[in-house]
Design a protein. Structure first.
Length: 90
């Protein structure tokens, strides 16, 4: 995986890699995913690597977004309080 492991130490990179692999498979069967994520037998090794890296990037940022949503939902009362206070002080 080409992702900087130190930068994303709080993310399960093995799960991200599995997700990216599923994305490359699903891209061929789905109109919702870009063909740039699809890996086919006709591709050169370089093209397949680029598709895998694109899928890894999508998987990584989706995972990061989901982690952020989980953090926000777990602390929703705290965030509501912060937002209310910031609105009053503006």
């Amino acid at each position: 995986m080409a992702i900087n492991e130190e930068k994303y130490e709080d993310i399960d990179l093995e799960a991200v890699d599995d997700y990216a692999t599923r994305l490359t498979t699903a891209a061929g069967a789905s109109e919702l995913l870009s063909d740039e994520l699809q890996i086919t037998a006709e591709m050169t090794e370089e093209e397949a690597k680029a598709a895998k890296e694109a899928a890894e990037e999508v998987a990584l940022y989706t995972t990061k977004m989901n982690k952020g949503i989980d953090k926000l939902s777990n602390n929703s009362e705290e965030w509501i309080s912060i937002l209310k206070k910031s609105n009053k002080s503006s």
